[in-house]
Design a protein around this ligand. Structure first.
Ligand code: ADP
Ligand code: MG
Length: 243
């Protein structure tokens, strides 16, 4: 059994009477791209929020390289090496692309400053397809470019685990292909990634392993091929009005 980079054990989040995440267990292995999938409202974003420390679990344990991070604040968890993008892009709107990317390097796991940070920001911008746009303001960017900035910012800290929350959502078919190739390139450099995603082509081509949630609970796990042909998983998706 390969060592787990990240483990969830009994992770549970209640919002009043609603159990948004119900007793979830899973492990993420080094270099794995784990797809966290399920219909809308099944608890995927809340699970990422528990991992990144945006929310504290009601009960359960989360560990990174065997050390508990369960009740650490989000900034402490970022310093330990977990970076994320948000389902709804969150950037510093009055700042430039470069400043936004550098913010990731300053607050993250591997801190960098000044000229080193700027030169790395330029490289990361190039990497995510924002070459030549580092001095643009966020307001001037197209939607896909704001997503690229968020990804570059998350990568700026050289995270041990990258959490992507529907990073491909809202892209047109051409952009989607570019986006899939970009995530593929991160995967090829051995990054450990949790991918929350609805785009089935992306799940099939990018994920080594999937965990499927429905109504807060884990209902299946396995290879994309296995889970996507699992009748219970198909039923969960078809039962979703928004699917
Ligand atoms: P998904 O990302 O799978 O679409 P979410 O994790 O966003 O699902 O939401 C799971 C459930 O938790 C939903 O019913 C949602 O309305 C609820 N929820 C999410 N965040 C909050 C919150 N901060 N307060 C109350 N309810 C929430
Ligand atoms: Mg979500």
């Amino acid at each position: 059994m390969t060592y787990a980079v990240l483990s969830l054990r009994g992770a549970t989040k209640r919002f009043g009477g609603l159990v948004a995440v119900n007793n979830i267990d899973f492990d993420v292995r080094p270099g794995q791209v784990l797809g966290l999938i399920g219909p809308n409202g099944s608890g995927k974003s809340t699970t990422l929020n528990l991992i990144s420390g945006a929310l504290q679990p009601t009960t359960g344990e989360i560990s990174l390289h065997g050390a508990a991070i369960t009740n650490l604040r989000a900034d402490k968890i970022a310093k330990r090496g977990i970076s994320r993008t948000f389902q709804l892009v969150r950037l510093l709107p009055s700042m430039t692309v470069e400043q936004n990317i550098i913010a990731g390097a300053v607050f993250g796991h591997r801190r960098r400053w000044g000229a080193v940070a700027a030169s790395e920001a330029a490289q990361l911008a190039e990497r995510v397809g924002l070459g030549g746009k580092t001095h643009m303001n966020i307001e001037q960017l197209t939607y896909i470019d704001t997503k690229r900035v968020e990804l570059a910012r998350a990568l700026a800290s050289d995270p041990k685990v990258l959490l992507l929350d529907e990073w491909l959502a809202g892209l047109n078919p051409t952009e989607l292909q570019v986006g899939i190739e970009l995530i593929q390139s991160l995967r090829d450099e051995g990054r450990t990634i949790i991918l929350v995603e609805h785009v089935m082509d992306a799940i099939r081509s990018l994920c080594d392993y999937c965990v499927v949630m429905s109504s807060g609970a884990k209902i299946a796990e396995g290879t994309p091929q296995d889970v996507l042909s699992n009748p219970e998983v198909i039923r969960a998706y078809l039962g979703d009005d928004n699917a």
